[in-house]
Ligand binder design. Sequence first.
Ligand SMILES: [Zn+2]
Length: 227
Amino acid sequence: MILDFVDLLFPKICASCDQALQKNEICFCTNCRIDLPTTQDYSIKENETKKVFYGRIPLENASALLYYEKGGIVQNLLHDLKYRGNQKVGEVLGNWHAELLVENGWKNQFDWVIPVPIHKKRLSERGYNQVDLYADAFAKHINARCVKDLLLRSHKSRTQVFKNRIARSKVTKSDFYLTDNYEDVSQKKILLVDDIITTGATMEACCSELLKLPNVKISIASMALVK
Ligand SMILES: [Zn+2]
């Protein structure tokens, strides 16, 4: 009853093509789901997602679910997630991605799942971190704890100002910091998650902070990877 009421208020449409969804469809219509360009990298240890970070940060494992192309179906999806309040996209992608990775041995391998944080200002504008539900879904499937108050983003981000790739990555490095909310931070196996990997600079900046934890091991997962 309540759910039907919610459906009336927010008619369910495909996050990709805006067609009305059938009862059994979640987030995307069947056609769009089939068309989504999956990377299939979950069964390859040294995959192209991990290769983005070669020589930059030591990673245990890495995986991205989808390929992102400008003007493509995945850009629509992430736009819905970030700017049109469709948080469900993150949850659906998280469930899907995590299930694939669990089939490839990722269950019970991690202590913490950490979503890449956004700044407070953006959080108050948007009302949510677009990666939170993706992170929650992962934590549930791989049997880890979702930790959202260890790694935070500082106010002084100027990442948008710099177009140059190197300048941007330098600035981003100082944008994250660790809180002292946790006492036992030694030997943690961490899965860091984000919505999209473009240059890898954001993930790299987060990892440089996380690598300050004693004997930490880091893997990453992302909804999408820029092709
Ligand atoms: Zn569709």
